[in-house]
Design a protein around this ligand. Sequence first.
Ligand code: UDP
Length: 355
Amino acid sequence: MRILVTGGAGYIGSHAVKELIRAGHQVLVIDDLSNGHKKAVDHRATFIRGSTQDSDLIVSKIKLHEIEAVMHFAADIEVGESVTDPYKYYRNNFSNSVLLLEALNTCGIKKFVFSSTAAVYGNPELSPVKETAARMPINPYGRSKMMTEMAIEDGCHAYGTGYTILRYFNVAGASVDASIGEDHRPESHLIPRILCAAREGTVVKIFGTDYETSDGTCVRDYVHVIDLARAHVLAIEKIIPGKGNIYNLGSENGFSVQQVIAACEKVTGRKIIIQQSPRRAGDPPILVASSKKIQSELGWKPQYPDIESIVAHAWNWHTSHPEGYETEMEETHDPLTETASEEYRMAETYRYLGE
Ligand code: UDP
């Protein structure tokens, strides 16, 4: 299939692009590089710098590249920032998604995969969380994703757009060859923060040690980014226009912050210096997914379900890229010029393949 990936230069999007290409798909990435890195985009994909807000751009590129399906990752992801600057989240995550959905309608696209989050559940009452649990987000980030889910569902009903919504739990790890990985600025996620502390000998704060969990620290469900990316490939290949589905993506295994720190110490062979700190606002004590639905319906089977593989791949990435994507040479080209030539090359490839 010819697939448009928005946010394909981001952490999860770039891994999905790699897996889509590995599965034989042709990929067009549109990313405004506000959070992503062009170097993260597989060289076999076509890259265009642009925003999902730019409906004319989206429509023209979908037509030019004869796109058949869309995966939508482009979004802001900082829960804390969403509380202090909620309009940014409602605009970038919700309004821009609706603009994108309208553009897809204009082009007659009927296959849509959406990058959602466990944050739509808020503080779920039952664990592991099933897809049927109520959506009760507790912050603007979760609400912006929930509202987008609702727009997608309504669009399916009204216009027949087929969709799969994937709700991620805690994503970590990097590609096995350490060519791409996590490079958020600022970095708020636990595993990269611990690994940075391991590398630099700095302190990791544990946010809350008085939760009602086995060791008092929060429990999360960590899923390898490659397994997550492969779930996207399965999802897009199985979408049926007019039908919708929602799946959780986690491992069904909960790890406390302390347990993650222990796994990082084992993998890195370094002692992590910790500092017990107050709870972080908005953190649910336990978030663990039931992934039975995607396993039974799409045949998803995580290849790296163990926390140590996740940490080991992340560690390889962090040690080989201590400054993230800036570890390598700075880009010297003009992105606009390159975009034009890359697009031309992709159009040529299609002609050559007779598609
Ligand atoms: N956490 C922590 N110290 C950090 C970063 C995170 O103790 O420096 C905790 C955080 O409070 C949460 C868990 O680690 O309980 C996972 O946080 P992360 O930000 O990685 O993902 P989230 O669950 O918020 O999506």
